[in-house]
Ligand binder design. Structure first.
Ligand code: BGC
Length: 401
């Protein structure tokens, strides 16, 4: 079916159409929206004396209490799918002592999604660990994998409440760069640092163990992980360097998902990789608030590359968006990104859905400045203020249902 603009409506619907059953969603991250994630390692880093994290997450946008409003906004706009996270530090605030009340909190969210006709895609890990885990060696602990599986086991009532899809890790390829960059990825303007190889291996093993555990305990739930895949291409003569760049940065993580039900693709930008494997900085590129080159077609490019290296692995775009204060620019960018996605699908990429980053303006790993949201949030009252892009993007939902 094709989405066409209705005469008289202030905004046209997106100019691209998608097949029936295509997932149409928004994404949020737990630590970035919930607020007061007191037991987490990021909370500790943000609040320790002399912290290098510029701005604290604090109350974030209080989604821990206001998730109903957030769900209402998404469902009301026409979205059918909602990606949100659970926080390990809340589920297991003390090593070995899961909190039943917190499990119940997230179970209520899953119930609340169903009531509103939203299918939850649950992220189990989004950059944050419980402080007790990090302080005792984190992913370097010899028992890191069983510790993560124990957390997953504690989540059973949440998943069984009606979770359609689970993402084990958000962007393990970015998480694996954390030992190399103390501050988050929002600081970077071009390219991604090389992931730490040891950590990359541990995360891949943990993901695979988690998928096996979840498959065993929760048959029927679709499983995968979400990889940051930017559309980096070879500058003339740099083909081998660009291949190595992509292999270490994202392709090894995509290949590790072969056999899963989906791989999540998080695409925002792209560029050229030059000789020596360094991104070529384009001084003339238009840039977003996070300093990334504005390249809406990067979505199609990223999806094409993923489907080339893992041809039988279904793809869900679990993040795509733009940090801008100008909502018209968000609409133009997203419209072009969706057109490039549709082009990749027409050429054979098996894409099952699209989740926009993000429903809400939120805490961007050390800064409140970048505006990724379809909805603004008043920092004092936490009032949600929908931007025109919310209705615009959501309007495709009923069309593809
Ligand atoms: C992350 C989000 C982040 C977004 C925009 C992704 O790397 O999953 O947490 O806010 O990109 O930078």
């Amino acid at each position: 079916m094709t989405a066409t603009a209705r005469p008289g409506t202030p905004l046209s619907t997106p100019s691209t159409s998608f097949p029936a059953g295509f997932l149409w969603g928004v994404s949020v991250g737990a630590h970035q929206t919930e607020g007061n994630n007191l037991g987490s390692d990021w909370w500790f880093r943000e609040n320790e004396p002399g912290s290098t994290v510029r701005e604290r997450s604090g109350d974030a946008v209080d989604s821990y209490h206001r998730w109903r409003e957030d769900f209402d906004l998404a469902a009301g706009a026409g979205f059918t799918d909602y990606r949100f996270g659970v926080e390990w530090a809340r589920i297991e605030p003390v090593d070995g002592h899961p909190s039943r009340a917190q499990v119940d909190h997230y179970r209520r969210m899953v119930d609340g999604a169903a009531v509103r006709g939203l299918r939850p895609l649950l992220t189990l890990h989004h950059f944050t660990n419980p402080l007790w885990f990090t302080a005792s060696g984190g992913w370097g602990r010899t028992d890191a994998i069983p510790r993560f599986l124990r957390y997953i086991d504690a989540l059973a009532p949440v998943i069984d409440a009606g979770v359609a899809r689970v993402m084990t890790f958000n962007e393990p390829n970015v998480l694996a760069t954390f030992p190399r960059i103390a501050a988050g990825r929002g600081e970077l303007s071009e390219g991604l640092p090389e992931p730490d190889e040891v950590l990359a291996r541990v995360l891949i093993e943990t993901h695979q163990a988690a998928v096996a555990r979840l498959r065993d305990r929760h048959p029927g739930v679709e499983l995968g992980w979400g990889i940051s895949v930017q559309d980096y291409r070879a500058a003339p003569g740099a083909e081998a360097d660009a291949e190595t760049y992509s292999e270490t940065r994202d392709q090894q993580f995509v290949r590790a998902a072969v056999g899963d039900d989906f791989v999540g693709v998080h695409a925002y930008t792209g560029g050229l990789i030059g000789i020596g494997g360094k991104p070529v900085v384009d001084p003339h590129a238009e840039r977003t608030q996070t300093g990334w080159a504005v390249l809406p077609d990067a979505l199609g490019g990223a999806v094409r590359r993923v489907s080339r290296i893992a041809p039988h692995l279904p793809i869900i775009v679990t993040e795509n968006g733009i940090a801008t204060a100008d909502d018209r620019r968000r609409i133009t960018f997203t419209d072009a990104a969706l057109a490039s996605l549709r082009g990749a699908m027409d050429d054979g990429a098996d894409v099952r859905g699209y989740f926009h980053w993000s429903l809400l303006d939120n805490w961007e790993w050390g800064s409140w400045s970048p505006r990724f949201g379809l909805v603004a949030v008043d920092p004092e009252t936490f009032a949600r203020i929908p931007k025109p892009s919310l209705a615009w993007l959501g309007s495709l939902g009923p069309v593809i249902r």
